[in-house]
Design a protein around this ligand. Structure first.
Ligand SMILES: Cc1ncc(COP(=O)(O)O)c(C=O)c1O
Length: 364
């Protein structure tokens, strides 16, 4: 048996365990700002929709209920400014991580194909390439890539881990380049609702894509905007030929979003109030942590958007991790996101107000 896992990188979070133990030994307990996992409640209207759909004995469909597809197309038009979006332009997925990891396989990529992603990135883009035997290619500027054999190009704006946002002109330039070279472009926009000093724009905006979805697909997740990481709710929007092919494959593979989660997604996408409230929580935590880190001698780079402060003391990231662990604060080392992150740490805004206040006090 050839172990597929041998193609994959070592699961990095295990390396953080000793620092977690140090931070947990703090007399006032750990402040865990390492994993970006939501901690605030699932909004009541979403919980209600889930419960009301609890009696769902039959199989759900991969494409989702018509009500879900209406909610997806409606949101994509209303929130992203896209036009003429039909049911054929949307596809629910079971949280976006499975999609990122299995997309190259589901597209039929393999040895000899190349999959490109930002040099500093969410590690699952590389995992997806490795799972199917394609070559992972990190980039600084995607338009400088050699298009030969390049079958899939990932964008991620706002970025995990840096919080950087691609300006609309930049997106337009990249979309044009990808189309010119016949490279399929997937844009992971799961932090789009979390712009602070920049207004993130989707690749589906007509100013960027010219009103055509040919060769482009946007990936959206409800994990962060609606505190639904535990529900596994996400979706794709864009090129109908690509989504039609993925739908066929995912039907055979049984990649179905559970019916109660589909109902919860409809409720979540129909409501902006909870998104605004959640943004306000993160904005307050962000200003408190940012000020405290800067006063403690950190420089914050990028971080115009998303759930992270990309922070540095101009020293190796593991020294910073160790220093903060002594204060009972756990953060993610920048090299989890690629060697280019070796002098930064990623500080997540996903802790309760009480824990953020404790971190601010300890940094003071
Ligand atoms: C850039 C990026 N994409 C995708 C995901 C996956 O999110 P989910 O599977 O919860 O939709 C994450 C999670 O942190 C992420 O940071």
């Amino acid at each position: 048996m050839s172990a597929v896992s041998s193609r994959l990188p070592v699961f990095p979070w295990d390396k953080l365990e000793p620092y977690k133990a140090t931070a947990a030994a703090h007399p006032d307990g750990i402040v865990d700002l390492s994993v970006g996992t939501p901690v605030d409640p699932v909004p009541a209207l979403i919980q209600r929709a889930l419960v009301e759909a609890a009696d769902s004995p039959g199989y759900p469909t991969v494409w989702g209920t018509p009500a879900l597809r209406d909610a997806l197309t409606g949101w994509v038009e209303r929130r992203l400014g896209a036009r003429g979006v039909t049911h054929a332009n949307v596809l629910p997925v079971v949280g976006s991580k499975e999609l990122v990891a299995w997309l190259p396989t589901q597209l039929g990529l393999g040895a000899g194909d190349r999959v490109a992603f930002p040099r500093l990135a969410y590690p699952t883009y590389e995992v997806g390439a490795r799972l199917c035997g394609a070559e992972p290619v990190p980039y600084d500027d995607p338009t400088q890539l050699d298009p030969a054999g390049l079958k899939l190009l990932w964008l991620n704006s706002p970025s995990n881990p840096t919080g950087a946002v691609l300006a609309p002109e930049e997106l337009t330039r990249i979309v044009a380049w990808a189309r010119e070279h016949g490279v399929l472009l997937f844009s992971d926009e799961c932090y789009l609702e979390l712009g602070w000093e920049a207004e993130p724009v989707s690749v589906l905006h007509p100013d960027v894509c010219g009103g055509s979805y040919d060769g482009i697909v946007a990936v959206h997740s409800l994990s962060k905007r609606s505190n639904l990481a535990g529900y596994r709710a996400a979706f794709l929007a864009g090129d109908q030929a690509v989504l039609g092919e993925l739908l066929k494959i995912r039907k055979h593979g049984g990649m179905m979003t559970p019916a109660p989660v589909q109902a919860a997604t409809v409720a979540a996408l129909g409501d902006d109030t909870h998104v605004r409230e959640q943004r306000e929580r993160y904005a307050a935590r962000r200003s408190a942590l940012r000020a405290a880190l800067e006063a403690h001698g950190f420089r914050i780079d990028h971080s115009e958007a998303s759930l992270y402060l990309w922070s540095t003391r101009d020293e190796p990231c593991w020294d910073t991790v160790a220093h903060l662990a002594e204060l009972g604060i756990l953060v993610a080392p920048g090299d989890f996101y690629g060697p280019a992150g070796e002098r930064h740490v990623r500080v997540a805004l996903t802790a309760t107000d009480e824990r953020v206040e404790a971190a601010v006090k300890r940094l003071g």
